[in-house]
Design a binder for this molecule. Structure first.
Ligand code: TYD
Length: 136
C-alpha cells in the first residue's frame, strides 16, 4: 500500500573523523534482512527496476550520490529523491517501482526481505495495474 511507504531518518553519529550511520533488522528496517544488493556504475539517463514484487519488501539507501525512486500503486505515483546516506526508504510489496535520475558515481544499497526469486517479479505494467492496483 502506498500509505505504508516510509522515509526513515537513520541514526547518525557526526564526528570530525567522519560520520557513521547504521541500520538493524526489525528496528530501522521493519523486516528480517534476507538479501542485500547494490546498484552502481549506472550510465547517465538509465533507469533500473521497472517492476513490482508480489511479496518482497525493500529498504533503499543512497550510500553515495543521489537518485529518484518512483513508486506507483496503479493509480497514484510518489517520487522520492534520495540524496543522503542517512535516509532509508521502506517500500512495501505490491508497488510498481522504478529508479532513475542517478547521479555520477551514485551507489544504491537495497536490503530485501526475501531471497532472490524471479517468480516474485511482475514485469508487465498492465498486468500489475490489472491485478494489483489499489482501489481507493
Ligand atoms: P533486476 O532485478 O531485473 O534488476 P533491476 O530491476 O534493478 O533493473 O536484476 C537484474 C539481474 O540480476 C537479473 O537477471 C537477476 C539478477 N539478480 C540476482 O541474481 N539476484 C538479485 O538479488 C537481484 C536483485 C538480481
Amino acid at each position: 500500500k502506498i500509505l505504508d511507504i516510509k522515509l526513515i531518518d537513520l541514526p547518525k553519529f557526526l564526528d570530525r573523523r567522519g560520520n557513521l550511520s547504521f541500520v538493524e533488522e526489525f528496528k530501522q528496517v521493519p523486516f528480517k534482512i534476507k538479501r542485500s544488493y547494490w546498484i552502481y556504475d549506472v550510465p547517465g539517463g538509465e533507469a533500473r527496476g521497472g517492476h513490482a514484487y508480489k511479496e518482497n519488501e525493500e529498504f533503499i539507501i543512497a550510500l553515495s550520490g543521489s537518485f529518484n525512486v518512483v513508486l506507483d500503486n496503479g493509480n497514484e505515483k510518489k517520487i522520492f529523491h534520495l540524496n543522503r546516506s542517512y535516509y532509508g526508504l521502506y517500500i512495501p510489496h505490491g508497488l510498481w517501482r522504478e529508479m532513475n535520475n542517478f547521479s555520477t558515481n551514485s551507489l544504491a544499497l537495497v536490503l530485501a526481505s526475501t531471497p532472490y526469486n524471479s517468480e516474485d517479479y511482475i514485469f508487465d505494467y498492465l498486468t500489475f495495474k490489472e491485478y494489483y492496483h489499489e482501489k481507493e
